[in-house]
Design a protein around this ligand. Structure first.
Ligand code: FES
Length: 154
């Protein structure tokens, strides 16, 4: 290989590396997160009901996934905090939820109040037993959740 050929090869290689550096983050951003392992039907005890103050949202984990318990006069609802847009974990913001990734907002009952998310936060089946709140599995029947989102709980 002569000098000119080597320089062409070197510049071409650097161009490929530069393009990969540009497109890799874009592809990572657009590709939905991979499904995580875990049993969808597992029941988790998230704690004594006395630890969930009335009228408030309380952060918990259900099978290692972020969730929030809402206690409305002794009626407990457990929301998944996995954002329905691209799967980030939404945060509590006052008495509602906000996604730190792209700004979606959800009301205290999980409905979308600001996009880009279009689907509500789903809830887990739950019941009180012997003073403890048992949670699981997730209820994904309330909206047309895409397969990648269902995979988050598979
Ligand atoms: S992941 Fe995009 S708004 Fe939540």
């Amino acid at each position: 290989m002569d000098r000119r050929g080597f320089l062409k090869w070197l510049i071409g290689g650097m161009g490929v590396v530069a393009l990969a550096g540009i497109f890799y983050p874009i592809v990572r951003f657009l590709k939905p997160p991979a499904a995580v392992s875990g049993a969808i039907g597992q029941v988790a005890n998230v704690g004594a009901v006395t630890t969930f103050p009335a009228g408030q949202l309380t952060l918990v984990t259900v099978n290692q996934r972020a969730a929030a318990v809402q206690n409305l006069n002794g009626k407990y609802t457990v929301y998944s905090l996995i954002c329905t847009h691209l799967g980030c974990v939404v945060a509590l913001e006052g008495d509602a939820f906000k996604c730190p990734c792209h700004g979606s907002k959800f009301s205290a009952d999980g409905k979308v109040t600001h996009g880009p998310a279009t689907l509500p936060l789903p809830t887990y089946h739950s019941q009180v037993q012997n003073g403890s709140l048992l949670v699981g599995p997730i209820d994904l029947t309330g909206a047309a959740y895409p397969d990648w989102y269902k995979g988050e709980f598979a």
